[in-house]
Design a protein around this ligand. Sequence first.
Ligand SMILES: Cc1cc2nc3c(=O)[nH]c(=O)nc-3n(C[C@H](O)[C@H](O)[C@H](O)COP(=O)(O)O)c2cc1C
Length: 262
Amino acid sequence: MDIPVKRWYEAVKNRYAQQKYMLKEIKPFTLKSLSKKLAELSNVYPEVRLEVYQKSIKEILPALRGKYGEFTDSPAFLAIILQDKGKNRWLKAGYIGEAAILEATALGLGTCWIGAHYLPEYTKVELNLKKDEKLVAVSPIGYSSENYNLTRNFISKLFPHRDRRNLADLCPDGYDQDWPSWVKNAVQLASYAPSRLNRQPWRFYYGEGRLVVECHGEVTAYKKLECGIALLHLEIGALDGGQTGKIEFETLGLASFVKQNN
Ligand SMILES: Cc1cc2nc3c(=O)[nH]c(=O)nc-3n(C[C@H](O)[C@H](O)[C@H](O)COP(=O)(O)O)c2cc1C
């Protein structure tokens, strides 16, 4: 996948889950630019497709069992659509979905992952899903009206760890200060990944040029999706740290970023 490293690195640092939106329409140029990137991202894996609907998030929420929080109307929402079959498809949904979220963030839009069981009979929105597809997550998109954004940006600069587990907890075999700087950068960025109720189910292991993502506790579909989100952050952090490499599913843990031998 073509990763605009600096752009998404900044987006990781600036992104927060936003529940409140202005009704202001998204600028046509911004929407066009987002749609272009989403079309590109929908071609990365055959199992995952992204779609923007110019409808309020509140129109789709009644059909999502298990969502939480009070959302206001938004001018549009993003849908993350997954095929019924395919290896590692939940990891891919998180990986590609987060790419869309980071691109929207880079375009100045607010987002919030909402992953929940979809019951189409509870909404009038016609998603036009194919027979073998299901909606696995959505996000409102629009200009955030959360007026504490500035404060949050300020706080995140002062306390870059935000409300996340510390790195030693996330690396069960130990977090080694002597690891190469790209590894430390990658793990740090991965720790900022969003997860449902901020449960942070990912764990990281490093050895022999391979950074592994594993799931803590019982492995569920949504925990895999969240590990897919962390996997993208890991890759952005590694690339930002100057290390090229590739994503590999399964070999060890759920997936890895494997260093390219230069
Ligand atoms: C799969 C998934 C589902 C989520 N579901 C909801 C939700 O239903 N309602 C909500 O307000 N936030 C939801 N979130 C957002 C998380 O609560 C939020 O990402 C987490 O608390 C960390 O905060 P941050 O994103 O501001 O860093 C979800 C996040 C993920 C990844």
